[in-house]
Ligand binder design. Structure first.
Ligand code: SAM
Ligand code: SF4
Length: 332
């Protein structure tokens, strides 16, 4: 097997894999899922834990050493701690993290910790019950907050918080979310609304930009100073408060695309490999896994997917075509 690093035609080395374990979710954020009538994948279409583990073991031989488990909502996947234990035990994995909406964390944070998970990103856009309901079409704010507290109590670290920023909606949440995080030692990461929603409601005018949020936080909390020596391949641009009271990240895919530093690949829950969130084409890993392919063949598929990787998404150009899958079916 050729075990040289996964370098694409633009010289980007790939060491980071996001694994979606389900397309299902217990809430319905409007920028990701429709309110009803979602056509979820059948159980047999979804990769088993054994299939995911096999794929990761091959990917690790090609230089993948960071994993993030996501979805849909990963905590609705039955027996998730069993998968986490398998992934944490793979030699060569230096970093294992999970992204969740936190609603089920009160029950699952402990078994996940015991299975070897240490890093969690929680997703919460607002501390206001009514806006939470408006965004997610569910009434689970209290459960999500309790889930986050459970995580902090158990000693997960660092806990980061993803907040999607939507113009005309979440402006009143920016400062309360930032304060909530500051008080708890959580790093908030404001994510610009991206054209990945299931109903194609995205509009550039609805992007609450990183610059706008930086201005508000600098005025209301403390001036924000960009951290210059951060890992250039991390998607978030990071700032710290001038008063030393913490950091804030921005995933500004629309106004500050970071494609030329991208080191990520994505495996969907139905076993398709994608070199970009916005990719149109994908490679069929499941077909190989289920047809008795050798590790070599799987490795070749990964390598050829990386070779096909484009320079970057074209959200800001007229050529932009939204991907055929919405966010929940890709794995954010
Ligand atoms: N259910 C988990 C959650 O919400 O964190 C994991 C999957 S979710 C698809 C991953 C991340 O995608 C979330 O943190 C959410 O902030 C982000 N997201 C979903 N739709 C988005 C959109 N249209 N634009 C920007 N971010 C989005
Ligand atoms: Fe579910 Fe996450 Fe999508 Fe919200 S962003 S609907 S929590 S998968």
């Amino acid at each position: 097997m050729d075990t040289s690093p996964l370098v694409d035609t633009f010289g980007r080395a790939h060491d980071n894999l996001r694994i979606s374990v389900t397309d299902r979710c217990n809430i319905r954020c409007f920028y990701c899922m429709p309110e009803r009538g979602v056509d979820f994948m059948e159980r047999e279409e979804i990769l088993s834990f054994e299939e995911i583990e096999r794929f990761v073991r091959v990917a690790v031989r090609l230089g993948i050493n960071k994993l993030r488990v996501t979805g849909g909502e990963p905590l609705v996947r039955k027996d998730l701690p069993v998968l986490i234990r398998k992934l944490a035990a793979i030699p060569g994995i230096r970093d294992l993290a999970l992204t969740t909406n936190a609603v089920l964390l009160s029950e699952l944070a402990k078994p996940l910790y015991e299975a070897g998970l240490r890093r969690i990103n929680v997703h919460l856009d607002t501390l206001d019950g009514e806006r939470f309901r408006q965004i997610t079409r569910r009434n689970d704010l209290e459960r999500a907050l309790a889930g986050i507290e459970t995580c902090l109590r158990l000693g997960y670290g660092p806990v980061k918080l993803n907040a999607v920023a939507v113009k005309g909606l979440t402006e009143p949440d920016v400062v309360p979310i930032a304060r909530y995080c500051r008080e708890r030692g959580i790093e908030p990461r404001f994510i610009e609304f991206m054209p990945l929603d299931a109903q194609q409601i995205w509009d550039r005018a609805r992007v609450l930009t990183a610059d706008e949020i930086i201005r508000v936080l600098s005025e209301e909390i403390s001036p924000l100073v960009e951290i210059s020596d951060r890992d250039p391949r991390a998607p978030a641009t990071e700032y710290r408060y001038a008063d030393g009271s913490g950091c804030v990240g921005f995933i500004a895919s629309v106004t500050r695309p970071f494609c030329m530093n991208c080191n990520r690949l994505r495996l969907t829950s139905d076993g398709k490999l994608r070199y970009c969130l916005f990719a149109i084409e994908e490679a069929d890993v499941k077909e190989l896994l289920r047809s008795g392919a050798s590790d070599d063949e799987i490795a070749r598929l990964i390598r050829s997917n990386v070779k096909e990787k484009w320079a970057g998404h074209e959200i800001n150009s007229v050529r932009f075509v939204p991907p055929p899958r919405p966010m929940y079916a890709i794995g954010g």
